[in-house]
Design a protein around this ligand. Sequence first.
Ligand code: GLN
Ligand code: ZN
Length: 804
Amino acid sequence: MSTTDHPTTGRTTASAPWGATVLGYPRTGPRREAKKALEALWAGRADVAATEEALAAVRARTLRRLNALGLHAHDASIPSAASSYDHVLDAAVTLGAVPPRFADVVGPDGRVDVAGRSTIARGRGADAPLEMTKWFDTNYHYLVPEIGPDTAFRFADDSSVREFSEALADGFLTRPVLVGPLTFLLLSKPVDGAPAGFRPLDRLDDLLPAYADLLAAHAAAGATWVQLDEPALVSDSATAGVADLPGLVRRTYERLVALPQRPQLLVAAPYGDLGELLEPLARTGVEGIGLDLVRGRLPEVDADAGLREALRGTLVVGGVVDGRNVWAGDLPRALASLRALEGSAAHVAAGTSTSLLHVPHDVADEPQLDERLRSWLAFADQKVAEVVVLGRALRDEASVADALAASARVRADRAGAPGVVRPEVRERLAALTPEAFRRSDYAVRRSAQEEVLGLPLLPTTSIGSFPQTREIRAARAAHARGELSTQAYEEFLRAEVDRVVALQEDLGFDVLVHGEPERNDMVQYFAEHLDGFAVTRNGWVQSYGSRCVRPPILFGDVVRPEPITVRWAQHAQSRTAKPVKGMLTGPVTILAWSFVRDDQPLGETARQVALALRDEVADLEAAGTRVVQVDEPALRELLPLREADQGAYLEWSVGSFRLATAGAADATQVHTHLCYSEFGEVIDAIDGLDADVTSIEAARSRMEVVPDLARQGFARGIGPGVYDIHSPRVPGEEEVADLLRLAVAAVPARQVWVNPDCGLKTRGYAEVEPALRALVEAARTVRAELDGHDGSHGRAVGAGGRAG
Ligand code: GLN
Ligand code: ZN
């Protein structure tokens, strides 16, 4: 280990010991061992001790694996970044921020075991769980800590120290990974009943002593480095309202740097561009900084003497290997970026842009994939190997010349492979005119739709899926195993559709759905039916807690070989005179929940998917479908973290939705569904989608979003959810009616639709049937009230001359 004088502190600090590292590694285990352990605990099949043992085995395997892949065992280049449920929950527990309603799960020693963490994450009877929300622009969900003026911060739970010591005893000197103090507070929300204007960040001075104790404990246990993750610093929305962000960064880290007993600090800023904050952070004297050089820009050290001076002697982990996607990296290019950083006289190490939490474990687990496609891929294990090669290259490029050349060959092979570029797709996109993105004026569409649909005021509908029963899952699994013939499986599905249609007729719905029994997942289903996508067998990625998803891989130009949903829509429509909605997943959501090719702009890929969907819409219309819904629940998720990038995103994302839907005839009613209620940043985009009807989540927030949309001048159909499907609770008719009264007080009744918050697939019929009955009854009640005292509300969107 060499030593340098830090330019700011003047202190002699140990410099970069490692040449390569990763910011984190998948936590589920290659066969989802951690998920299975948690679920065994929840099902009562395992006790706490057995569960913690199973989780420890996953951690031990990770250490060995990372070491075998080339990360050094004794220099802190291997992160200790496990979590039994969620790392933000871990931070809350570590720092004593357990909500009072869960105080009993904290042990006398301050520890919260895996059962206690599960309780906080999942709730218990009347004790609501911590709210869950998306982690930056990823499909991972974290638990939102609740911080109040009285939260008693302290270094309470020492699990992270014990895990470090356990690894050390096992022969690995690791680098513990913790959520940094700024990100912890910026991602928290005020407790219910906190004084107006209170922000969790107001508590920073009280929080830092808990970090001081935590860091001291790690140092005492022998940790030489700790990684503090500060992704909030790359997000404009996370830091909105902070007056002097550079000053805040400076004050916070100067205090941590000045602590008498602490490990060296690597402050990582994954998921985006640290921008202007890099220099103040470097000047605090933290020993290391992790930069995301995939999403973030390469700092211009050549042009900026101040920055060069600030970085001198700092360890910069250049996050050149993409932690969020599955493509083998362009190593020569990555190396060039690292070399550019070396110009700043920083110690440069090769790293990942983010934790590898967002990618599956190992490409070798996918023997069924086309061999050529497989050679283009890098999952977590392959990415570890990439940072190791780059780390060696920094020291001795000749020693890895073969690996660098092989990387260049792979990229070239991919570019020229069949299916990656299809001229017919490119030509069709190039020939599009602005008309392809535009429908007639809404007024024209509305009267055409009223004529065709003849709907009452406050029309009732649902979001698409009906409960995915045990029988449906069993039939799908049997079909996948080859035990149930395709013919028998499809017969089963048709019978299921018949049942769901009959139920909706019986309940009195106005616009019906077929129930989506044929879909395992709203994105994977389309990926399986479009060319240009591949699906994996073991490519699981944690979405939250024990929930894992298997995102498809979008590798080539997108083509729809044949209609996908038409026969299901047609079959459902043949069973009823009421309109049945055709049900599609939108281009942005298909991109958001897939691993997307990185060799062309996202907008271009989105337009290719949109064209395939546009053809599907046309085929649905030709088959007699009068209402088509295109779901875009991920529209907000992909919103760039930096405001400066948001305009361009909204342009292509809204454009791709319009390209998918604008081929529809005036009389075809286009619906969309968005899965959340906080619109703030995307409210204009919702208008821009130009859907005839937009359904959104609203039950929990008691229709809060409806007046917001009204203020915005939103004039088309809107279906604020009146049944919270995220809870097993069955709402009563009066409760639903009250929500509807709030909605019609905020916008003209003719705009209002009546529907649940989201699809019903995770619920059981025992709850869904009475809830939907209440929903239809409530619509009738409020309809009658409106007819009774005020005819001026007019007719529903799509009402054919009848008003209720
Ligand atoms: N149509 C889908 C369903 O009902 C929509 C799901 C979603 O928005 N996530 O399941
Ligand atoms: Zn939804």
